[in-house]
Design a protein around this ligand. Structure first.
Ligand code: ADP
Length: 299
């Protein structure tokens, strides 16, 4: 009976939310939270009432990406109140509950699931048009149960974010198969950090021995990000429109799911995210904002 009460409470709470969009990725670090944050900004800028729910509870980066670091959640008799960026953009994240933003949340499955259930049933979103859910990365059993909860809440579909690399694409296939199995429609796949990684994959890097097992492309990308971020845009621009290798697009054809588009590597997007800003109102995000906009239009 306890489980049924929970489910009924989730369904009732989600009744005031018109559309629920889940943002997934097979791996961490591919830009899933960045996409969730910018999607929420975009929908709010279109005058929709928007909620952003961050259940990526192992590394909650949403408060920072929305410029809400250090804010607290308040409780009322209607439930937990989201923290508002604007009157039409509310955010809920475990990040608001951590005493120290650097605390890694290393919780075991049942506790995580408990918190996610609570997020789904206790947040007072009010009447909103869109709820964007930033889900944890992965395809583990634990992850699967989370998606099932969301499905019970009546999800419209999932957007899957990936990078063009094969290692990420393999996990995306798993994610797509999983969505098909549990009946969550795949709204489409976004290829993020497109261009740069591809350009880098064509180069031969010699990693220092202390880099260990890290993939050479990954290592080089991180190295340049750290030492000379201004170089990123140069390499990115040269490859942005090169789709000859297929990457996610080809995989989407094989898997029969929509391909939504590519977002290039753009240090300015990274900066906007770091500073908790929308890229759409930032002239400098000229490489990434139009790409993101055209993806969002397709939804
Ligand atoms: P995930 O949620 O998949 O773990 P994040 O959204 O946290 O990944 O992104 C990881 C890092 O990459 C962040 O620092 C973010 O700002 C940066 N990033 C994401 N997408 C891009 C992009 N297209 N161009 C440049 N930096 C990006």
């Amino acid at each position: 009976p306890g489980a049924i009460t929970h489910l009924l409470a989730i369904i009732e709470r989600m009744n005031t939310v018109k559309h629920k969009i889940l943002v997934l990725s097979g791996k961490g670090g591919v830009g899933k939270s960045t996409f969730s944050a910018q999607l929420s900004f975009a929908l709010a800028e279109m005058d929709h009432q928007v909620g952003l729910l961050d259940i990526d509870i192992c590394g909650p980066s949403i408060p920072k990406m929305l410029g809400l670091e250090g804010q607290d959640i308040h409780q009322s008799n209607l439930g937990w109140s989201p923290v508002y960026v604007e009157s039409n953009l509310g955010v809920m994240s475990i990040g608001f509950m951590l005493p120290n933003p650097d605390d890694a949340v290393i919780w075991r499955g049942p506790r995580k699931n408990g918190l996610i259930k609570q997020f789904l049933k206790d947040v007072d979103w009010g009447e909103i048009d869109y709820l964007v859910v930033d889900a944890p990365p992965g395809t583990s059993d634990e992850h699967i149960s989370i998606v099932q909860y969301l499905q019970i809440a009546g999800i419209d579909g999932a957007i899957i974010v990936t990078t063009p690399q094969q290692v990420s694409l393999i996990d995306v296939k798993k994610e797509i198969n999983f969505c098909k199995k549990v009946g969550v429609p795949v709204l489409g796949v976004v290829e993020n950090m497109s261009g740069l990684r591809q350009a880098f994959s064509d180069m031969k890097f010699v990693k220092p021995s202390e880099a260990g097992e890290t993939d050479a492309t990954e290592w080089a990308l991180n190295y340049i990000k750290e030492k000379a971020p201004e170089l990123l845009s140069v390499v990115a621009c040269s490859e942005v429109f090169d789709s000859s290798k297929g990457g996610a697009e080809k995989m989407c054809q094989e898997m029969e799911v929509p391909f939504l588009g590519k977002v290039p590597m753009d240090p300015q997007l990274c900066k906007a995210a770091e500073e908790g800003r929308s890229c759409f109102t930032d002239q400098k995000c000229s490489a990434s904002a139009p790409a993101l906009k055209s993806i969002i239009k397709k939804l």
